[in-house]
Design a protein around this ligand. Structure first.
Ligand code: FAD
Length: 480
């Protein structure tokens, strides 16, 4: 007889493993099947995020930032360090250790919560059945469950006709995290979040980095005042970001890869030692038995779900990257947990208006809610307040004065509609803005909240004051 569960989760990434844990906490018998295998052959829970995404990229961003600071920023503090040495092998070793500590933590969490976690591949067989095949293909089993959750995530888009991955010169984001040498000339296709973060890592470590972006606008999803300031800062650091540059082909030779692109109606070409293709991610549903189970995909291949994450097959649900929307770990985590709580009869839901977005560059870019452009397009009469980090004592003490905080508030109701920042550690400051949106705060609520001095968060407070022309430490915008 097949083993029976209340919940089977296929995929142990950020959307899948928290759902399995929450289910066990709520008394369900939960099984999580995950097929991730690292390049060294070790199976590992945590999906893209812990093994080839959020965590290893942040480990390298941190290391490369320290290297950059030691080279370029220590002197101004009166610290001389002589010639700074780069030990890339050690840096990569630390990155792996950080990833492994996190993914090992998932295993421990499964044990602590009595979730059965197994490595292998899951397949929908219909009628509440899931087929299991071990990673080496030697063992096969069938499980049954009341509820089945698809959390199989996404994979990088391969420009197979223009610049196909070859795993050596032309790589995806995972390959770009694993370089064993700093490429002298690095090309990146795509100036989205992943392209800019990976470009920053290698640029700080010494690569001459060119980012080719087909769109004419930098970070079109971000508030454009913030995006422009971010672009200015990145260009100042030497990141060569070329907008409106549409890649036509990438030809791999013995020693380099030559990229042809069109910009401003002109054909151009540039040779690189390595080329990272970072043009987005697409849903991963390979060998999942989608059709047999009656699960319908949309025209872009995402699993179609309703507002309660129900697919078109009874008892089968989907969350995370595989259903689209913001392809972010925290969005997947929330969806998985909320779904399980709904299945347990709780009134839980995801607030899609308060999803934080972060780009972990230096300065960082972070935002939540409506941009000024989107708020106006949605018919809001807006009032804006900004505060530059140049007017913030802590930022001055840190020698990190680039950037600003911007509030977008509703002029009629005073409601905070969005907060947008570029500057030091704004990823951490963003939580306050998310809370403001989640609690439906007015600008005045923030204005009346005392902030510690000297902290970076005072820039957040000052920006709220600036909305109504009350900023104390910077000039207020003249009233229009
Ligand atoms: P995944 O993490 O992709 O997990 C899916 C899992 O399912 C995988 O382990 C896969 O092997 C497994 N699987 C697939 N099919 C099967 C099957 N049939 N049987 C068993 N297992 C299967 N997001 C952020 O929020 N913050 C960041 O800073 C950030 N940085 C990123 C940096 C990079 C370089 C990349 C590539 C992504 C980054 N992301 C970041 C995005 C984030 O990684 C994803 O949004 C997140 O991992 C999605 O979670 P998921 O659980 O839906 O899918």
């Amino acid at each position: 007889m097949s083993e029976a569960y209340d919940l089977i989760v296929i995929g142990g990434g950020p959307a899948g493993y928290p759902a399995a844990i929450r289910a066990a906490q709520l008394g369900m018998k939960a099984l999580c099947i995950d097929g991730w295998v690292n390049r060294d052959g070790t199976p590992s829970f945590g999906g893209t995020c812990l093994n080839a995404g959020c965590i290893p990229s942040k480990a390298l961003l941190e290391s490369s930032e320290l290297y950059h600071r030691a080279n370029h920023e220590f002197a101004v503090h009166g610290i001389g360090v002589g010639k700074v040495q780069l030990d890339l092998a050690k840096m990569q070793e630390r990155k792996m250790a950080v990833s492994k500590a996190n993914s090992g933590g998932v295993k421990l969490l499964f044990q602590a919560n009595k979730v059965t976690g197994i490595h292998g591949y899951g397949r929908l067989l219909g009628n509440g059945q899931v087929g299991y095949r071990s990673l080496d293909g030697k063992e096969e089993k069938t499980f049954t469950a009341k509820h089945i959750l698809i959390a199989t995530g996404s994979e990088p888009v391969n420009l197979s006709k223009i610049a196909p991955f070859d795993g050596d010169r032309v790589v995806d984001s995972w390959g770009a995290l694993d370089f064993t040498e700093v490429p002298q000339r690095l090309g990146v296709i795509g100036a989205g979040v992943i392209g800019v973060e990976l470009g920053s890592v290698w640029s700080r470590l010494g690569s001459k980095t060119v980012i080719l972006e087909a769109l004419p606008t930098f970070l079109p999803m971000a508030d454009q005042q913030i995006a422009k300031e971010g672009l200015r800062q990145f260009q100042k650091q030497g990141l060569d970001i070329r907008l409106g540059a549409k890649v036509l082909s990438a030809k791999v030779g013995k020693k380099e890869v030559t990229v042809e692109y069109e910009q401003g109606g002109e054909k151009k070409s540039e040779a690189f030692d390595k080329l990272i293709v970072a043009v987005g991610r697409r849903p991963y549903t390979k060998d999942l038995g989608i059709e047999a189970a009656g699960v319908v995909l949309d025209e872009r291949g995402f699993v179609k779900v309703d507002a309660h994450y129900r697919t078109s097959a009874p008892g089968v649900y989907a969350v995370g990257d595989v259903i689209g929307g913001f392809m972010l770990a925290h969005k997947g985590i929330e969806e998985g947990v909320v779904l399980i709580e709904q299945l347990a009869g709780q009134k839980s839901e995801v607030n899609y208006n308060a999803i934080p977005s972060v780009i972990y560059t230096a300065p960082e870019i972070a935002w939540v809610g409506l941009t000024e452009e989107a708020a106006k397009a949605a018919g809001h009469e807006v009032k804006i307040g900004t505060s530059p980090f140049a007017a913030n004592g802590r930022a001055r003490a840190m020698e990190a004065i680039a950037g600003l905080v911007k509030f977008v508030s509703d002029a009629k109701t005073d409601r905070v509609l969005g907060v947008h920042m570029v500057g030091p550690y704004v990823s951490e400051m963003l939580a306050e803005a998310v809370l403001a949106l989640e609690f439906g705060a007015t600008t005045e609520d923030i204005q009346l909240t005392m902030h510690g001095h000297p902290t970076l968060s005072e820039a957040f407070h000052e920006a709220s004051l600036a909305v109504d022309g009350h900023a104390i430490h910077s000039a207020n915008r003249p009233k229009r």
